[in-house]
Design a protein around this ligand. Structure first.
Ligand code: NAD
Length: 379
């Protein structure tokens, strides 16, 4: 089977690894970073884990923290203006998937003609080039963005999440330090953890799975299946936080080299129209989409169920598949995942937007990677 596999050149992984940022920059020959982060990282003081070692090494930097969760195009345009104002030689994305994706999109737009606007990028977008080396430092165990060739930017005027894919979005390096996730609140811990499991499962059942993405996905599902509940119920459980962080990065490597599928295809429009955080909309969809897709790839779903510890090794595929769905539903109950109604989504508005959301899901291309390929009606 032909494969084209991409991953960051260096991933420095481990508790406290962020303290090695200056050494990493030195190895990469970089010295003038623009740091892209979110205001919460500044308010919590978490940013100092990154800036203190830079200060100690005498490395000058600028912090751009005017980012928003589920990034929007105008924030990218503002970030590009900051990036153009000084001669930076690299960008560091520090935070959850939102600031890391913001950093990626700034870097891609920075490579385009001066004056280009993010909104001019049309879906689906291919972007193989960016201006500067990018280093990603995640503070959530979820998106895997530190290891993927994707960035997702919302166009709020058209209620659309733009999936931008290509090597331009792939970080040159990543620092994966689970200690940065210890302060993540329970709701975000749950949502991001289910997001990571969704990445691994969708990569594993994807029509574009290959033996390398499978290896990452299998390892990710083992780690996340065994630790997802623990990080929610015991936020200070270091081994569980560490396992989830590694699992999320491995899941990122898996889907970046295979693809995501129907859950993500449907999740993006829900996020764009109803402002549901990405991991949460995935969690809402995962049991139902798995039920819809199960028989189209039963051996794969059954193996996933065994790897995650939801079924026993000796269970037949049909039993293991049923146990997977039951476990996903139970996880949503245990981790207090709200239904769309409980989240506050208006049913009438949902019905009015249903057709447009289904069309956006199909246009993203992700549903075509699903084992069972739906039409707009099924979506
Ligand atoms: P996020 O980055 O939006 O963060 C969610 C909230 O958690 C924010 O309020 C943030 O300030 C807070 N937070 C983050 N780290 C924290 C910490 N250590 N302590 C306390 N609070 C913390 O959430 P996310 O789920 O990591 O990222 C979601 C975004 O990632 C979405 O825009 C989604 O589309 C995108 N995404 C990208 C990829 C990719 O491959 N590029 C994959 C999946 C999702």
């Amino acid at each position: 089977m032909d494969m084209s596999i991409a991953a960051p050149r260096i991933m420095d992984i481990g508790g406290g690894a962020v303290a090695r940022i200056a050494a990493l920059l030195d190895r990469l020959g970089l010295a003038k970073p623009l740091i892209v982060t979110d205001p919460m990282m500044v308010r919590l003081g978490l940013i100092e884990r990154l800036t203190k070692p830079l200060d100690e090494a005498g490395i000058g930097y600028r912090v751009f923290s005017d980012t928003v969760p589920e990034p929007i195009d105008t924030v990218i345009d503002a970030g590009v203006a900051v990036a153009r104002a000084q001669p930076f030689d690299c960008i560091i994305g520090f935070g959850g998937g939102s600031p890391i994706d913001t950093a990626k999109a700034i870097n891609i737009l920075l490579h385009a003609e001066p004056g280009a606007k993010m909104r001019a990028f049309k879906v689906p977008v291919a972007a193989d080039h960016a201006a500067l080396p990018l280093i990603a430092v995640p503070t959530t165990a979820g998106t895997g963005s530190e290891a993927t060739r994707f960035t997702v930017i919302t166009d709020p005027e058209h209620d659309e999440k733009m999936l931008i894919a290509g090597f331009g979005a792939l970080p040159l390096a990543a620092i994966v330090d689970y200690q940065l996730t210890l302060s993540v609140p329970p709701r975000t811990t749950a949502d991001t953890g289910i997001d990571a499991f969704t990445h691994a499962l969708e990569a594993f059942v994807s029509r574009r799975a290959n033996s390398v993405s499978d290896a990452y996905a299998r390892a990710a599902m083992r780690l996340i299946g065994a630790n997802l509940r623990s990080v929610f119920h015991e936020p200070d459980n270091h081994p569980a936080r560490e396992a989830m962080m590694l699992g999320a990065t491995l899941a990122g490597l898996a889907f970046s080299n295979a693809s995501v599928a129907l859950v993500h295809g449907m999740s993006r429009p829900i996020g764009a129209h109803f402002h549901v955080p990405h991991g949460l909309s995935n969690a809402m969809l995962l049991p139902a989409v798995t039920r819809y897709s199960l028989n189209a790839a039963l051996p794969r779903y059954a193996e996933a169920s065994r790897l995650a510890g939801f079924a026993r090794d000796e269970d037949a595929n049909q039993v293991a598949g049923a146990e997977l769905i039951a476990a996903l539903e139970a996880i949503n109950r245990d981790l207090a995942v709200p239904t769309p109604e409980q989240f506050g989504i208006d049913r009438a508005l949902w019905d009015a937007r249903r057709k447009a959301m289904a069309e956006q899901a199909l246009a993203s291309g992700s549903p075509a990677n699903n084992p069972a390929v739906p039409d707009a009606n099924a979506i």
